[in-house]
Design a protein around this ligand. Structure first.
Ligand code: KG4
Ligand code: ZN
Length: 337
């Protein structure tokens, strides 16, 4: 019999539902929330209300696109955390009530583990063990992945995440939220003309907050002598910011490969959609003899397919949740999800 999993992801500002059949993605639907642009960031209360409006139509669409009805579903998966508590609450409550009414198992999923396992939504898959640089709006981690459900964080940011570095520097430059994709686009038309500092952080940890401050002071200084500096140099500033974020990420990844001896290297999370990072990883891989894995765009940013794929491996092991499960804004990343 087929194992059909309905997966729901609602940890931040996008509502997503997907159907996974025997580990294969049949549908992956996402309702993007545009409401946050005008505020320059995600407003939690606005996000949870939008999830409430979107969740039923998105689940309906996911079922329709997969050609299935709710009677075919074997289990319901959802993001338990980490994320915005009000947003998570909508997905968790929906999943619990639907599982109860259909009398089928419920599977909780760790959002960061799911970003890593997004690599199993397509082929070829990375072989174990592999290293995954998981870079999103809230996290920046180097994860050693030993098997589908066993992974450990061996490096992480001590302040801002890589996505935040893009979004916050973009905000300083007057760009809309999220600024990451906009900086990516503008950078493709610019040159790496300005040098921003690379922080000296021991081990495999990252730091991005200094970059934001460096850019703020750099712009203040330049705008004093030329009020049109930002307008005239925007593409070059974006190219320079992006190059520095990418070099910080890849230098630590290289260190991790040297320390662990693992040469199978993947990237995941929203920032893995960045064309500078994708290109540099590919080049580095060729240079250093790494086998690299770069996800398709739809599996980089938040999506329910990655939640469903992770849930499939938990289903095979019989790892189910009870009706007393609750969302968690902060959720430690343990060896087992
Ligand atoms: O994984 P994700 O969708 O949500 C979280 O779990 O946080 O990541 C969102 C982050 C945002 O900070 C956004 O600016 C960044 O990913 N992002 C990008 C690009 N696309 C999304 N950053 C740089 N270049 C991109 N092309
Ligand atoms: Zn995410």
């Amino acid at each position: 019999m087929d194992i059909n999993i309905l997966a729901i992801e609602s940890s931040c500002d996008d509502t997503s539902a997907a159907i996974i059949q025997n580990g294969v993605v049949l549908s992956n639907c996402i309702a993007n929330q545009e409401a946050h642009k005008i505020y320059g960031g995600v407003i939690p209360e606005v996000a949870s209300r939008a999830h409430q409006l979107n969740i039923i139509p998105v689940v309906d669409l996911a079922l329709q696109r997969a050609g299935l009805s709710k009677e075919h579903i074997s289990a319901i998966a959802f993001t338990k955390g980490p994320g915005l508590i009000g947003s998570l609450m909508v997905g968790v409550s929906f999943a619990k009530s639907m599982a109860l009414s259909l009398n089928i198992p419920l599977i909780e999923v760790h959002h960061m583990m799911a970003h890593v396992l997004a690599h199993f939504a397509e082929r070829p898959h990375p072989g174990f063990p592999f290293l995954c640089l998981t870079v999103s709006g809230g996290h920046t981690q180097i994860v050693r992945v030993n098997s589908h459900l066993e992974m450990e964080v061996i490096g992480k940011t001590i302040d801002d995440a890589a996505g935040e570095a893009f979004d916050k520097t973009g905000k300083i430059m007057g760009l809309d939220y999220p600024a990451g994709p906009i900086i990516d686009q503008l950078a493709s038309k610019g040159e790496v003309k300005f040098k921003f500092p690379e922080p000296k952080i021991p081990g495999l940890d990252f730091s991005f907050s200094g970059l934001k401050t460096a850019i703020l002071y750099f712009l203040k200084k330049e705008l004093k002598t030329n009020p049109n500096f930002l307008k005239e140099e925007m593409n070059h500033i974006c190219a320079s910011v992006q190059a520095r974020i990418v070099s910080i990420l890849l230098n630590k990844l290289e260190k991790a490969v040297k320390e662990t001896g693992i040469k199978t290297v993947a990237i995941a999370g929203g920032v893995s959609a960045n064309s500078g990072l994708r290109k540099s990883l590919q080049e580095k891989g060729l240079q250093e003899g790494w086998e690299t894995f770069i996800p398709r765009f739809e599996y980089c940013t938040d999506n329910a397919a990655m939640i469903g794929v992770t849930a499939y491996y938990k289903y095979l092991k019989g790892e189910f949740s009870t009706q007393s499960v609750a969302p968690m804004a902060r959720l430690p990343f343990s060896l087992k999800g």
